[in-house]
Ligand binder design. Structure first.
Ligand code: XIL
Length: 333
C-alpha cells in the first residue's frame, strides 16, 4: 500500500500528515508505532500536553509524559505540534480555585506559558496558544475563567507571552496558532475568530489558524470549508487542519457501519484533503487526524459531544486495517 506521508512528501508542495497520539500508544514495535512511523509526519498530543496534565500546582510541572511524546517525535524525525497552552476545558483544579487577585491569576498564566514554551523550545515546532476562545452563540468571546479573570485582552497577552518566551529561549521559528472549531458553518463565530486573528496579526503575534474539523459525512460543504480556509490564506497565515475526523452516525441512526456511509465518508475525506492540497504552498502546514483507530476515537459515546451511539470516524478500524476513508485520503493527495 502507499503510505500517506510518502505520497504527501512527493507533492510539489508537501505538508505534514499529522496524528493525535497518546503516550501509552508509543511502544516501539507495536502495530500502532509501526503505522505512525510509516504514515505520519507530525504528532499532536490528544490531551497529555494540556495545562491540567502538565501543571500540578503553581510553578510545579509534571513533564514526564509530555517529554516522552516530544522525544518520540524528535528522535523519529516527526514534527511535534504543541496542543494546547490555554483551553477552558483543561484548567487545572489549583488554578480554577486560585484565590489570589486577577492580576496574580494573570501572572500564573504568564508563568505557565513562559515555562512550557521555554521547556520545549526548539523541540516543539508550533503551539496552539489559544484553543476555543470564541462562543458558539452569536460570536462573543467564550465566557471562560480566562476572560473573567484577565479581561478581553487575554488572548493577545497569551500570544505575546508565548512569543517572548520563544525568543528569549533562542527559538525565532516557533509557529503560534489560534485553534477553534465549527467556523465553517457558524458565521458569527467565524467572524469573531477572524477579528481576533486580525488583531493578533496586526501585532505580529500569530503565524497560523487551526481549523479543528470535527466534521460529519454531510457537513460542512466543500464551499463552506473553502471559504473559511481562504480567509486565513488571504491574511497570509498558515492553515492547520488540526483535529480532523468525520462522523457517520451523529444522529445515532445506524448500529453498524453501513457500506453507504463508508463511501460517503470516503468522499468527504477525499474532498477535504483535496481542498487542503490545493492551498498555496506558503499556507500549508499540516493536516492532522484526531486519532488512528475508530475504537480509540473520542467521538463514540462521547458525553462532551452529546454523541450517544457508536461511530467510525477515522482512517483505521479497530484491528488496524485501513478503511475506505484512508483510500479517500490517499486519493485526495
Ligand atoms: C479531546 C480528546 O480527544 C479527549 O481524549 C480528551 O479527553 C478531551 O479532549 N477540541 C480540542 C481537543 O481542541 O483538545 C479535544 O480533544 C477535542 C475537541
Amino acid at each position: 500500500p502507499t503510505f500517506l506521508k510518502v505520497k504527501a512528501n512527493k507533492l510539489a508542495n508537501p505538508f505534514f500528515i499529522g496524528m493525535a497520539i497518546k503516550a501509552s500508544q508509543l511502544t516501539s514495535g507495536s502495530p500502532y508505532d509501526v503505522i505512525l512511523k510509516n504514515e505520519f509526519s507530525s504528532i499532536s498530543a490528544e490531551y497529555e500536553m494540556k495545562m491540567d496534565q502538565i501543571s500540578t500546582a503553581s510553578g510545579v510541572y509534571n513533564w514526564t509524559v509530555a517529554d516522552k511524546i516530544v522525544a518520540y517525535g524528535n528522535s523519529n524525525g516527526i514534527n511535534v505540534h504543541g496542543h494546547a497552552l490555554v483551553w477552558h476545558n483543561s484548567v487545572p483544579t489549583w488554578l480554577k480555585n486560585f484565590s489570589g487577585t486577577d492580576a496574580e491569576f494573570a501572572l500564573e498564566v504568564k508563568k505557565y506559558i513562559t515555562d512550557v514554551v521555554t521547556h520545549y523550545a526548539g523541540k516543539v515546532k508550533s503551539w496552539d496558544v489559544l484553543n476555543e476562545a470564541v462562543d458558539d452563540n452569536g460570536g462573543a468571546m467564550r465566557n471562560t475563567i480566562f476572560l473573567q479573570r484577565m479581561g478581553a485582552n487575554y488572548v493577545k497577552d497569551c500570544f505575546q507571552w508565548a512569543k517572548n518566551a520563544a525568543i528569549a529561549a533562542g527559538d525565532t521559528k516557533l509557529l503560534l496558532f489560534y485553534n477553534d472549531y465549527a467556523t465553517s458553518t457558524n458565521i458569527p463565530k467565524q467572524d469573531k475568530v477572524f477579528s481576533i486573528v486580525d488583531d493578533l496579526k496586526a501585532s505580529n503575534l500569530i503565524d497560523g489558524v487551526g481549523f479543528q474539523m470535527h466534521n460529519n459525512y454531510l457537513s460542512p460543504t466543500k464551499a463552506q470549508i473553502e471559504t473559511d480556509l481562504n480567509k486565513a490564506v488571504a491574511k497570509g497565515l498558515k492553515i492547520h487542519v488540526s483535529e480532523l475526523d468525520i462522523q457517520v452516525n451523529q444522529s445515532n441512526d445506524i448500529t453498524t457501519f453501513t457500506n453507504e456511509r463508508r463511501l460517503l465518508q470516503k468522499e468527504k475525506y477525499k474532498e477535504i484533503v483535496k481542498i487542503y492540497n490545493a492551498l498555496p504552498a506558503a499556507s500549508k502546514y499540516a493536516l492532522t487526524v484526531w486519532g488512528m483507530k475508530d475504537n480509540e476515537s473520542w467521538i463514540p459515546f462521547s458525553t462532551e459531544l452529546n454523541h450517544p451511539g457508536d461511530d467510525w470516524p477515522l482512517l483505521y478500524d479497530s484491528n488496524f486495517a485501513i478503511k475506505s476513508s484512508h483510500t479517500g485520503f490517499l486519493e485526495g493527495l
